[in-house]
Design a protein around this ligand. Structure first.
Ligand code: N01
Length: 564
């Protein structure tokens, strides 16, 4: 039997949950299909020890409900995964979302039935569901990248992925644990794993630039001040490149100025109570690195922490300044790691700051001073094979009980391509995107009428506060569906020229940034997955510019779209 709704939403993470709430409230019949057994998306799957958000929670939270803003307590400034998942569950309960979500339901195919103007989803259980509109809320980082290493299937110990961490607690006490990968996930997990495991071996291919994360508990007065000012804060988010307000609570600024006036450090600079996240604007930084001597640079960084974004304003715009910052960073690492060889191996040399997303850590470099931690440099001694008992590199065999892959994601396009989507005339999305994603505003693709992507490629998405980007897309799509209904229109899809022009614009604004320097390889470019086209996927032109463009498109009668 086929089930029929007005809107099918695929995914019950933050995007799918808000889509359900929003579309249900505009009178539509909505069904959400979710592969997991509960809500939360990325925060449901990434339960690895140390998982934490790099955007302050008072900003990384829904803005659609004032009551929700006023009632929810965040225990820390940057929340840990369990607290964010608790929030997602609270939202699901509070707005009675679960009754329209089918859990443990993975979509294996999506097909456009042109004669009926319907999308049909087929699930793993071979059930079929249909709707006029289909909204892909499948996330940007939801398909783990599983490297094809020789012998991988032969390992007889426990295999874990940071992006698919089990729900049940994993006891690593006394275990010989190996972890492959030192991106954001690996860097967050490594210090925690080192505390739990008997011995931890870190298999590193590319060293990372990582800066200490904020560890503060949430202060009640700061949270209250946010609550008192949320209306203005949400407005500020709408006008910030990264979708972050950078709101500075008056009470806490007063306190930090008082604290800094008693500081003995010559370079002490007043800090905000909510330090900038990895998405904050470089314009906040007071200094130009090239105006300082190498000694002054290092002293400043050692006093202020490694966050070059907050310390120097020229690092991400001037290649010479960037190299000076990279050098300063390497010197700072060598001063934190006891063994000079390990310090050298941990120091990035093949790419610059700003190429990848800024990584935030807790005790990362210090972890390599522990007796129970070994760093293996895979450039010096590559993996030859996984064996039944561990990993053989060109140098030696490492015996392991547990092998953890922190090897990232098939980002931005992975989940969409995996859904086996076929549009008009049976055209496959995998064929359309063979040379990289082509979409208009990261919202829709020509040939796939009434199919929408939330935070799709070509939108600010991962370069902005995801919650802000999600709400903007969900609202835009909701308004669009309403417009179609009011005007007795049945479908919408982009004109081919509009999506080609938009992709050209996305590439144009990314040109010349640190993200796209030839030495840079990152998941933003797809270059972390063998065979994936090297294309810069998110929109780097800033959230407000993008939002205004979306608004303008609507004001001009859905310019660039074909409405039928
Ligand atoms: O993934 P990554 P991630 N052999 O792709 C290595 C978000 N996030 O999951 O660089 C050996 O960054 C790979 O090495 P290399 C955040 O947006 C946020 O860590 O390709 N190694 C790299 O070291 C982040 O940017 C938070 O040489 C292999 C690592 O695996 C994004 O998710 C926390 C390999 C992958 O790093 C992705 O982060 C966690 C192989 N065959 C994640 N294949 C926060 O909010 C890959 N690697 C803080």
């Amino acid at each position: 039997m086929t089930n029929r709704s007005d809107v099918l939403v695929v995914g019950a993470g933050f995007a799918g949950m808000y889509a359900l709430y929003r579309y249900r409230n505009q009178g539509l019949n909505v069904t959400v299909l979710e592969a997991g057994s509960d809500v939360g998306g990325t925060w449901y799957w990434n339960r690895y020890p140390g998982a934490r958000c790099d955007v302050p929670s008072l900003e990384y939270s829904y803005g659609f409900s004032e009551a929700l803003e006023q009632e929810w307590d965040w225990p820390e400034v940057f929340s840990a995964q369990p607290d964010i998942l608790r929030y997602a569950n609270h939202v699901a309960d509070r707005f009675d979302l679960r009754r329209d979500i089918r859990f443990n339901t993975r979509v294996v195919a999506l097909e456009y039935l042109e004669a009926d103007n319907l999308w049909r989803a087929t699930t793993e259980q071979d059930e079929q569901l249909e709707a006029q509109f289909c909204v892909m809320a499948t996330g940007c980082l939801s398909v783990p990248n599983k490297p094809k290493l020789p012998g991988a299937d032969s390992f007889q110990g426990t295999v874990l992925y940071t992006g698919l961490w089990p729900k049940e607690p994993v006891d690593l006490t006394g275990c010989r644990v190996g972890i492959i990968g030192t991106g954001s996930s690996g860097v967050q997990a490594i210090p925690e794993l080192a505390r739990q495991a008997g011995h931890l071996t870190v298999f590193q291919r590319t060293p990372v630039y990582t800066v200490p994360a904020n560890r503060k508990r949430m202060r009640a007065d700061v949270q209250q001040e946010f609550r008192d000012n949320y209306l203005a804060i949400r407005e500020m988010q709408q006008n910030n490149a990264g979708g972050i307000s950078n709101f500075r609570p008056v009470r806490s600024v007063k306190r930090s100025v008082a604290e800094s006036s008693t500081s003995t450090s010559a370079t002490a600079i007043p800090t905000t109570s909510l330090p900038a996240s990895s998405l904050s604007a470089p314009a906040l930084a007071p200094n130009k690195i090239l105006n300082l001597t190498p000694e002054e640079r290092l002293a400043l960084v050692q006093a202020r922490g490694l966050n070059m974004l907050l310390t120097f304003r020229d690092v991400y715009t001037d290649p010479e300044a960037n190299e000076a910052a990279n050098e300063t960073f390497r010197e700072a690492i060598s001063s934190m790691v006891d063994d000079p060889t390990v310090g050298e191996r941990l120091s990035p040399t093949t790419y610059g700051l700003g190429c990848k997303r800024q990584v935030l850590d807790r005790d990362y470099y210090d972890t390599f001073n522990r007796d129970n931690v070994t760093l293996v440099d895979l450039i010096e001694s590559p993996i030859e094979t996984i064996t039944t008992k561990g990993i053989r590199t060109s140098a030696t065999h490492h015996d392991l009980d547990v092998l953890i892959y922190a090897t990232g994601f098939d980002a931005m396009t992975g989940a969409l391509l995996k859904a086996n989507i076929r549009g008009r005339d049976g055209k496959r999305l995998t064929d359309k995107w063979r040379d990289g994603p082509v979409a208009y505003l990261g919202l829709q693709m020509h040939g796939f009428p009434n199919l929408f992507t939330i935070t799709g490629p070509g939108s600010p998405s991962v370069l902005s506060n995801m919650l802000v980007a999600i709400e903007q897309h969900v609202n835009w799509i909701g308004d669009c569906i309403e417009y179609l209904g009011t005007n007795n229109l049945q479908n919408i899809e982009p004109e081919p020229a509009a999506e080609v022009d938009w992709v050209a614009h996305v590439n144009e604004v990314a040109k010349g940034t640190m993200y796209t320097t030839p030495s840079c390889n990152s998941w933003y470019l797809g270059s972390n997955v063998p065979g994936k086209p090297r294309i810069f996927m998110p929109y780097v032109g800033g959230y407000p510019r993008y939002r205004e463009r979306c608004e303008q498109v609507v004001a001009n009668g859905y310019e660039g779209f074909r409405l039928g």
